[in-house]
Design a protein around this ligand. Sequence first.
Ligand code: 13P
Length: 251
Amino acid sequence: MSPVPGILYAANWKMHLGPVGAAEYVARFLARVPASPGRDLWFFPPAVSLAAVAAAFRGRPDVLVGAQDAHWEPKGAFTGAVSMPMVAEAGARAVLVGHSERRHVFGETDAETGRKVRAALEQGLLPLLCVGEKLAERDAGRTAAVVVRQLEAALAGVGADGLGHLVVAYEPVWAIGTGRNAQPADAAAVHAVIRDWLAARGAPADLRVLYGGSVKAENVVALLAAPGVDGVLVGGASLDPEGWADIVGSS
Ligand code: 13P
């Protein structure tokens, strides 16, 4: 990572790109994107591709590889799950926690996000905590209340030291994979709520808050220009290495 936090471009590949396809992706991406000061590149491949992606990016200090999810227990009878120590061993240095697909497709609770954040910090992994409201919640004027509830649950018992190792992403559920991004001013308003909440709990002023949800080449510059938006967390538009290279080169 840059000594001073730069703009953070995070790619969440979701359930795309196994180890072979992921290595090909990295080779194509590296051919286009040199390291650049003031820019951090984080990649979240599927767990089976972590080791291949970490190996392919070796020697690039601007790149960090993370896991999309991991269980809070270090080991045990949890068929199909992977643990924080396992993803760290495979090369992960960060982990997504509370992504809306974990919450709303797989039924992850607020309390579980808290256990995952604490387990990640104990393992020395940087949690990238995702929060965001559903469309009905936005329409009911409950966006701030939902986001604060998610922050309170996920960060219960996390002190200033832990907050110093945290990144937060605001991802409105209605914007994910829909092609309909939040307007920069709307994102900025929610980022301000998140920042105020974190600052009141002693989080460092340079804690990064990302925006995610239908970020693409056409809107990334405007979203990054919004006050309080320190980077982007991107799904669909990160899956094509040349397209993603163009986006990370746009700032
Ligand atoms: P899209 O960029 O495909 O909307 O996905 C956003 C997201 O969920 C990133 O974590």
